[in-house]
Design a protein around this ligand. Structure first.
Ligand code: G4P
Length: 529
């Protein structure tokens, strides 16, 4: 198979949802279709049930040993499908945001009873801003839930999407009979048997044929006809280009647990979902078909297995081919690196590969060369954009609790920050270090990992900040900026790239600062340049 065919058969995507909507279950059923796993229960849930650190540690331990769960790849109908795992827990939202920079499309899972939930809203917003093509899967139709039309309205309003159903439920909960597949024009009857892989599918070319009554009964048949009529009137016809541009989102209904409606979703997905997409760098747009390799690091995973201390950097191949033992330019360091054992990911394992194509994820063993966002090329100087740091929501001083282990603490903090676990700010006034995180859970994680991986101990102390604002003066030499620095001295720090940050203690203080020093611009994400 040639280079172009290899690109054309790849689909790299992420599944996003609020915890418990069914992301893990859906992932597992997709893998079953790909023949990548043989039985249910094989995919480890990355769910953190009560937000407890012990859950997180257990998950990390399992993942450390089987790090491949971060990327699940399988073949289905000649397509190579790469699913990138995204944590659903809100404390790890930033990890998910970063992973979204490496996907070409997403599937959004929504619980039919709960409707659109908080985490879904946040994640979809990020996808919408980046025009990532999205398919919506409404799950748990075997349960009593919201009315299908009401849900479509809710999705449109809360998620600000423009939807069109490509399948529609016949009944729901106790009366759930099956699904009419608008895309394939057939009916799937629900038998509620989770052990069955392929449900009964009946082709029905004419929805007005009396056959429909015999299949689903008189009343449901009439209701379905009315509903389909309404759909045709209200919703736009599916248009692939609109979907690819992020302007239209097809919706499927089903039950992941019962493996119902999943094949339909997958079959449509491989037809319509985008092949690896071009990506914007600081100098130009890079197309996957370009001969020369480029790629970027979107995730770094510590190896929690005590026998293997190194980390794994996850690279998304954007263009060209990534080859084993070939030197590539690490743009930030300006030096060439060769990799003798790059990993590719399959359902549950990783293997050394000689060649990877655009859309693929390569795992590189790393002893500290990489930071999230680093770019690799064949010599061209360019940097991929779009991995911003968001302002943390929690801030604490970090203190060394074991004076003999100062070096270890520094190294540990440095590496954990490279992984993107949290953000470190060094105060201008006294050089003290402040850790900012999205969720409180990270503090325990950091403490645990510092101790277990680096042999260092830390303690925390509250730091009264509310938001980190990246500071950019219009003119670094003007008087206003000098005054701002003088007055706000106690609240100024540098992030790990040396950028100036104002750690504001309230919304009021941010507003006052903006009014008083209009030439000093404040930004809430770090990718303003
Ligand atoms: P997540 O990754 O999005 O957090 O969700 P996950 O797949 O773990 O599913 C959350 C719960 O919802 C699980 O039950 C799962 O079995 C259930 N579920 C998923 N899909 C369906 C469906 O189509 N119908 C119904 N009725 N339930 C569904 P749990 O009891 O929390 O976990 P478990 O003990 O079964 O693993």
């Amino acid at each position: 198979m040639g280079f172009i065919e290899e690109i054309a058969r790849r689909r790299t995507f992420g599944i996003i949802s609020h915890p418990d909507a069914g992301k893990t279950t859906l992932t597992e059923k997709l893998l079953l279709f790909g023949g990548a796993i043989q039985e249910a229960g094989a995919v480890k849930s990355n769910k953190i049930k009560k937000g407890a650190t012990s859950d997180f540690m257990e998950i990390e331990r399992q993942r450390g040993i089987s790090v491949a769960t971060s990327v699940l790849a399988f073949n289905y109908k000649d397509r190579k499908i790469n699913i990138l795992d995204t944590p659903g827990h809100k404390d790890f939202a930033e990890d998910t945001f970063r992973t979204l920079t490496a996907v070409d499309s997403v599937i959004v899972v929504i619980d039919v009873a709960k409707g659109v939930e908080e985490q879904t809203e946040k994640l979809v917003e990020v996808c919408r801003m980046r025009n990532i093509p999205m398919i919506v899967f409404i799950n748990k139709l075997d349960r009593e839930g919201k009315d299908a039309f009401d849900l479509l309205d809710e999705v449109e309003q809360k998620l600000k999407l423009n939807v069109t159903p490509l399948s529609f439920p016949i009944g729901m909960g106790y009366d759930f009979k099956g699904i009419y597949n608008i895309w394939e024009k057939n009916i799937n009857l629900f038998s509620g048997d989770s052990r069955k892989n392929i449900e009964e599918t009946i082709a029905i070319s004419d929805i007005n044929s009396p056959e429909l009554e015999t299949i689903v009964g008189d009343k449901p048949a009439n209701t379905l006809r009315e509903e389909l009529e309404l759909i045709e009137e209200v919703y736009p016809a599916f248009d692939r280009n609109e979907y690819l541009n992020g302007n239209l989102q097809p919706v499927f209904f089903g039950s992941a647990l019962n493996n119902f409606g999943v094949r339909e979703l997958l079959d449509c997905f491989i037809e319509i979902a985008p092949t690896p997409r071009p990506k914007e760098a600081d100098t130009r747009l890079i197309k996957p078909e370009e001969e020369k390799f480029t790629g970027f690091v979107f995730k770094i995973h510590a190896n929690m297995d005590p026998k293997h201390r190194d980390r794994l950097a996850f690279i998304k191949v954007v263009s060209g081919t990534f080859e084993r033992n070939k030197p590539y330019l690490h743009v930030r360091h300006g030096k060439n690196l060769k990799f003798s054992s790059p990993n590719a990911f399959f359902a549950e394992k990783k293997e050394i590969v000689d060649i990877s194509y655009p859309g693929d994820i390569v795992g590189l063993h790393d002893t500290g060369n990489f930071k999230i966002g680093d770019t690799l090329t064949e010599g061209e100087i360019l940097n991929y954009k779009g991995i911003p740091s968001f302002s943390p929501e929690h801030f604490r001083y970090v203190n060394n609790a074991d004076p003999l282990k100062a070096k270890q603490l520094e190294k540990g903090l440095d590496q954990l920050m490279d992984e993107g676990v949290a953000q470190l700010f060094t105060l201008e006034m006294n050089g003290r270090k402040v850790i900012g995180t999205v969720g409180a859970l990270q503090y325990e994680v950091i403490q645990y990992r510092l101790e277990h991986e680096y042999g260092a101990k830390c303690s925390y102390e509250n730091f009264p900040a509310y938001k980190a604002c990246w500071v950019k003066p219009q003119d670094p030499k003007n008087e206003e900026f000098a005054e701002f620095k003088r007055v706000k001295q106690k609240f100024l720090g540098k992030d790990k790239y040396g950028q100036l940050v104002f750690l504001a203690d309230s919304e009021f203080s941010i507003q006052m600062t903006q009014q008083k020093y209009p030439s000093v611009k404040l930004y809430f994400t770090s990718d303003f340049h």
